[in-house]
Design a protein around this ligand. Structure first.
Ligand code: N1C
Length: 261
């Protein structure tokens, strides 16, 4: 029984209930309330284009092309110097961009916003969005509806960035920069060197946590070398103060939160 449970847990994960309703609701919230400049976007059409990418298809073999109509339909530009990538630091990056509203993570754009934290897939036997279980991404199932979506929208997000771009990395992990992450495998390689002149990395450490990696570590050296080879300048800062202040809300007494530090 135990082996059976393990196999099941590794092979499938709960899909999000009511994905279509959530996506439609989020699209309306985003385009009507949060960004009224996008109020002429057709959310029903966006929903249909989104679901058409994966419904009635093998949930392990979704392609980038499947999402191309969605990418073509939703064109939103982020102003130059305002793109914030992140890797293994999602919560802090979103807290920071939620306050510093000029900055955009992918989830602060419409496509990222509608899909954040959802899990979805289709089923070749029906034309429904699955509301039960979706396969986990693994060796036998490398291209799930959810994983391909993030690859495609991350690629597009990086391609359209310009000026100085920023990335928030997690120095409480052994490697702040990982070539296996979406940031390290997709976004870094899709920055256009003719549009992006500088990448600025902020290596953040959990307050009270272990500092496993930093701007001086080898993973950041690797990132610098990849970026410089692409003719983009690279700067790195440990515990970027404005983001540290956000962490300080929960740890006001910590020495690093006082003005003198
Ligand atoms: O693999 P990661 O981080 O480096 O991906 C983060 C990176 C960001 O800069 C985003 O622009 O790639 C983009 N991105 C998302 O915005 C996103 N939202 C939710 C990539 N993945 C995203 N997700 C889910 O989190 C998705 O399921 C993916 O597999 C994880 C990646 O998180 P990570 O490893 O911390």
């Amino acid at each position: 029984i135990w082996v059976g449970v393990l196999t099941w847990r590794q092979s499938s994960m709960g899909a999000t209930d009511h994905v279509s309703a959530i996506v439609l609701g989020r699209c309306l919230t985003y385009t009507r309330n949060m960004h009224p400049e996008l109020r002429n976007q057709d959310c029903k059409k966006i929903l249909n284009t989104f679901t058409s990418a994966f419904v009635s298809k093998d949930p392990c073999n979704i392609t980038k092309e499947d999402y191309q109509p969605l990418i073509d339909l939703v064109t939103q530009t982020v102003p130059c110097n305002k793109t914030l990538f992140w890797s293994r630091s999602k919560e802090l990056a979103h807290q920071y961009s939620g306050i510093q509203k000029e900055m955009f993570t992918l989830e602060d754009t419409l496509l990222g916003y509608i899909a954040d934290n959802l899990v979805w897939c289709g089923d070749p036997r029906t034309s429904e969005v699955k509301e039960e279980f979706c396969p986990y991404r693994n060796e036998n199932c490398s291209s799930t509806a959810t994983s391909v979506f993030w690859t495609v929208v991350s690629q597009k997000f990086a391609e359209s960035a310009c000026g100085t771009v920023y990335v928030m990395l997690n120095g409480s992990r052994t490697t702040a920069f990982s070539k296996a992450s979406t940031f390290g495998s997709v976004e870094v390689f899709n920055l256009h060197p003719d549009r992006v002149h500088t990448l600025h990395a902020w290596v953040m450490h959990d307050i009270g946590g272990v500092e496993r990696d930093s701007c001086l570590g080898s993973s950041i050296k690797e990132l610098k070398s990849i970026v410089n080879q692409r003719n983009i300048s690279f700067f790195c800062q440990d515990d970027y103060r404005p983001a540290r202040f956000v962490q300080c809300v929960r740890h006001p007494e910590h020495p690093s939160c006082s003005v003198l530090m």
